[in-house]
Structure formats: C-alpha cells, structure tokens
Design a protein around this ligand. Structure first.
Ligand code: NAD
Ligand code: TYD
Length: 350
C-alpha cells in the first residue's frame, strides 16, 4: 500500500484534495498533517474521517525535529504540500508568520524528504502547491505562463515565491523528484470566510456591508476548487520530475462585477427584491500593494495532461451559494471566536 502525506489537508483546498485521494485511491494510505490553525477545520473532512485509508496527525511543519521523526516513522512514498498561511491581508499585518510556515516549513519538509529518500529519489515525489500570485500583477492584457518571471508584491506572494525557489533548488541541486503547480484563485465549499467570495456570502446573508477594496476594478481568474483538486491528482501522477504547471479556469472577473453577480444570485436564493443585496456594497480603503490583475494560461496542462475545467463560473457560484446556505452551522462555527477579532481589526478599526 502506498503512503502519501498531504499537508494542510484540513484547509480549504487541502480538504478537497484529501477527499479526492481518499475516495479515488482506496489502495493508498493518505495521511493528513495539519496544525489546525484558524484556517484548518476537521469538520471539513467529516465525510471521510472514518475511512480505513485516512489518518490525521496534528503537527506543525515549522517544527523540524518533529517533521524528521514523522518521515522516519512513516516512510512516505510521496508528499503533496498545501499547508500554508494563505491570506494576503493577514500577511500584510504579520509577515513573519508567513516566512515561518511558507518558507521554513517548506524547507523542513524538503530536508526530511531529501534525507529519507536519498537512495531512491525517482521513486518518491514531492509536489508543492503554489499560487499564480508569485508572478505579480498584469496590466490589461497578457497572461501568466510557466516561464513568466517571478515578481511577487505581497508578503504572502513573496513567501510562496521563496518556497517555490527552494523546491526548484532541491530538484536542481540534489535531484529530488519535485513538481510545482501555480493556480489562480479558487472558490467553492469549505472556503474560509476571510476571502472575498465566502466573506461576501456571509455578509449578504447577515445584511452586513460588503467591503470592496478601492474601486473594485481588480481582476482575478476564478477556478472551481474541485477542478484544482483534479489537476493536482493528474500532475502528482503524470508530471515529469522538475516540471511546473499553471492551473486556471480562463475565467477573469472584475471584483465589482463578480459581487454584482453574487448579489443577484443571493437575492434569488433569499427571496429578496432584485437589487436589495447590492445595496450592501461598500467601497473601502484599498489593500496596500493590491495587484491589479491575474490571468493564467493553463494551456500546457491542457495540452500535456488533458486537464480541462469542468464548471462554468455562474453555475459554480450558484452551487457555492447553495452550499453556504445549507451549511449554516459550519459557517457559524468558523465565524465565532477569533474570526470576530480579525474582522474588527481588518474592517472596523481601519
Ligand atoms: P487555507 O488557509 O484554507 O488552509 C491552509 C491549511 O494549512 C490549514 O488547514 C492550516 O491549519 C494548515 N497550516 C497552516 N500552517 C501550518 C503549519 N505551520 N503546519 C501545518 N499545517 C499548517 O489555504 P488554502 O486556500 O486551502 O490553500 C492551500 C494551498 O494552496 C496554499 O499553499 C496556498 O498558497 C495554495 N493556493 C491557494 C489558492 C486559493 O485560491 N486559496 C490558490 C492557489 C494556490
Ligand atoms: P482574496 O479572496 O483575498 O484573494 P487574493 O487576494 O489572494 O486574490 O481577494 C480577492 C480579491 O478581492 C482581491 O482583489 C482583493 C479583493 N477583496 C475585496 O475587495 N474585499 C475584501 O473584503 C476581500 C477579502 C478581498
């Protein structure tokens, strides 16, 4: 039986990857290593927690002796590394946390893998999940390809760029069998409500202002999270050692247009008069260093591995709204306690 370590499996994307692997590969033992920060939630995995090929281990990737011990004990065949601090706004208030988890944590995993796998690098894969934000910001035209030069602007993207460089360096220097993917903004179920779409759904539901940074003209390229998980599955199994793939839905939306569409869907779902939710839109102070536009060219992934996104955005957004409305308890749990302190600092006091 193959044993795979997935880090950050209790988070948004990690929980979808975990679900896909546990259900699709009953002959793999899938180990979820997660520190359970504010963003990690075992309730995201309640449908698979009793499966015989799933194991959860609570732990911190920043703790090098613990990571070394874990690799020595478990003899993993491969790693899919998603654990990270992932929110740009939090990285602006606390950059060091991002250096610790995203850079040091990644290097700790690379060191443990290098040490454990040194006699057979080719038989062991290290997959690092990264973001399109490492490429920086686009003007009105163009798209990020795998060869676009890195140009990160936020502490979050700088920490992810740094971790990508280390992963590539461990391939080039030591011969570790690495792959990296850089994906655009994800959306879907289990998304923590600090990010634009789930935060807006929660606020609309509770009749609270929808905070739009600046003029709402920034553009993001949105991908259904389950399509990202399918891409990760393909890349993990099929990509050549040392390769990089961009993942994106070819689905650019200006923030304000996206929120207008979301308001329309929410009016319908909540039986509100047309335009009622949109009245909650409130323009607030812009994010510092706010990247204008992201757009991903994922043609390499489509051409080489045959991946295609499965859902149109309008359909995916409606499904997402339905999920949040049907999972009030989940939303209530994750927005109690610390979330309110974060919300106060980020939106009320600034
Ligand atoms: P998330 O914030 O929802 O989840 C991160 C998970 O990592 C949480 O479960 C958290 O508990 C865990 N974690 C954090 N620090 C840890 C530590 N020190 N040790 C162990 N576990 C720790 O993030 P997400 O949105 O699911 O993103 C997952 C990965 O995908 C990240 O690497 C992110 O950079 C990347 N990514 C995200 C997006 C997106 O749109 N959300 C897009 C492209 C790439
Ligand atoms: P976010 O979901 O934080 O993802 P990222 O910054 O990683 O792209 O933000 C998506 C876009 O929405 C980004 O342009 C910032 C903007 N935004 C708002 O306008 N208001 C908000 O409250 C948040 C969280 C984001």
């Amino acid at each position: 039986m193959k044993k795979i370590l997935i880090t950050g499996g209790a988070g948004f994307i990690g929980s979808h990857v975990m679900r896909l692997f546990v259900n699709k590969y009953p002959d793999y033992m899938v180990v979820n290593l997660d520190k359970l920060t504010y963003a990690g939630n075992l309730a995201n995995l309640s449908d698979i927690e009793d499966k015989p090929n799933y194991e959860f281990i609570k732990g911190d990737i920043v703790d090098a002796p613990f990571i070394d011990q874990l690799f020595a004990e478990h003899k993993f065949d491969g790693v899919i590394h998603l654990a990270a601090e992932s929110h740009v706004d939090r990285s602006i208030s606390n950059p060091l946390e991002f250096v610790m988890t995203n850079v040091i944590g990644t290097v700790n995993l690379l060191n443990a893998a290098r040490n454990e796998w040194k006699d057979n690098f080719s038989g062991h894969r290290f997959y690092h999940v990264s973001t399109d934000e490492v490429y920086g910001s686009l003007g009105e035209t163009g798209m990020f390809t795998e060869t676009t030069a890195y140009d990160p602007h936020s502490p979050y993207s700088a920490s992810k760029a740094s971790s990508d460089h280390f992963v590539r360096a461990y391939h080039d220097t030591y011969g570790l069998n690495t792959v990296i993917s850089n994906c655009s903004n994800n959306y879907g179920s289990f998304h923590f409500p600090e990010k634009l779409i789930p935060l807006s759904i929660n606020n609309i539901k509770n009749n609270k202002p929808i905070p739009i940074y600046g003029k709402g003209e920034n553009i993001r390229d949105w991908l259904w999270v389950e399509d990202h998980a399918r891409a990760i599955d393909l890349i993990y199994h099929k990509a050549k050692p040392g390769s990089t793939y961009n993942i994106g839905g070819h689905n650019e939306w200006k923030n304000i247009d996206l929120i207008q569409l979301l308001c329309k869907i929410m009016d319908k779902k909540l039986n509100r008069a047309e335009g009622e939710s949109a009245r909650l839109i409130t323009f607030v102070k812009d994010r510092a260093g706010h990247d204008l536009r992201y757009a991903i060219d994922s043609s390499k992934l489509q051409r080489e591995l045959g991946w295609l996104p499965s859902l149109q955005f309008e359909e995916g957004l409606e499904k997402t709204v339905d999920w949040y409305l049907a999972n009030e308890e989940w939303l209530k749990n994750v927005t109690s306690g610390d979330y309110m302190n974060y919300y106060e600092e980020q939106y009320v006091k600034r």
